[in-house]
Design a protein around this ligand. Structure first.
Ligand code: ZN
Ligand code: ZN
Length: 245
């Protein structure tokens, strides 16, 4: 039997204002290879320019890269949105970018790279600002573009759904959530959420190295099957927290 797939679906490139410049496409993919990740996702704040180079580099190494983005709602809740291909992600990202206040200048470098880690541009507006839409509005907008939505760091006080609102809005079809390393097993054991995953939320290469990872069943070995699992998770096909050795 093939081994379970080690995943990290929440990694920031140097396009995110708070990430280090070392978070280039090649560095991220090489680090993913070193620590044995089978599936990754680049989820920058309100931008996806570095997804395609990572997607292409990862593919050459046999690593699956799920196209993704992290969106900050009006309530300051972070929502991860995953797609089955880069194109709908880029279309959704353009929509989100058009809603941001273009006058707020960047505080970080917000670098855009090519596949050789050459800087080919940068975003001038500050990306880590709230989109002026509610969580429900963003959820449905993202789904219209073909996204599967996963609340990020659910139990974290800052920017987590439970930390910000204290509850999951009853009308929201939340199936999979991302928990912090500290509480993921407890969240999974509560039975409240069909799927619980852990991620690094890495803003540096060092942060990609975690104490434990979530693993998915070997049968989920494609972007489509992982996307469908996130949308409609089966508890038998996930190990929420596997200690790394
Ligand atoms: Zn976040
Ligand atoms: Zn993040």
């Amino acid at each position: 039997m093939r081994r379970w797939l080690k995943i990290d679906l929440h990694i920031h490139s140097a396009l995110s204002p708070c990430a280090l410049p070392e978070m280039t496409p090649n560095n991220i993919v090489n680090m993913a290879e070193i620590i044995g990740l089978d599936v990754i996702a680049i989820t920058d704040h309100h931008a996806a320019d570095n997804v395609l180079p990572v997607y292409n580099l990862a593919k050459r190494k046999g690593i699956i890269c799920l196209p993704g983005i992290e969106v900050q709602t009006r309530e300051e809740v972070h929502l991860l949105c995953y797609f089955t291909a880069p194109e709908p992600l880029l279309e959704f990202t353009n929509h989100i970018l058009s809603l941001l206040d273009q006058r707020v200048p960047s505080i970080g470098a917000q670098l855009i790279f090519d596949e050789n880690d050459r800087v080919i541009g940068k975003k001038e507006l500050f990306l880590h600002q709230s989109v002026p839409l509610t969580m429900e509005e963003i959820w449905h907008l993202a789904e219209n573009y073909g996204a599967c939505c996963v609340p990020a760091h659910l139990d974290r006080p800052a920017f987590g759904l439970l930390g910000q609102l204290g509850f999951v809005p009853p009308g929201l079809p939340v199936r999979t959530v991302e928990g912090t390393l500290r509480r993921a097993q407890e969240l999974a054991g509560s039975g409240r959420y069909a799927g619980v995953i852990t991620s690094s939320d890495a803003h540096s290469l060092e942060q990609m190295v975690m104490l434990g990872h979530t693993c998915l069943h070997p049968s989920l070995d494609s972007i489509d099957s992982i996307w469908h699992w996130l949308k409609n998770p089966d508890r038998q096909l996930v190990k929420t927290f596997v200690l790394d050795f």
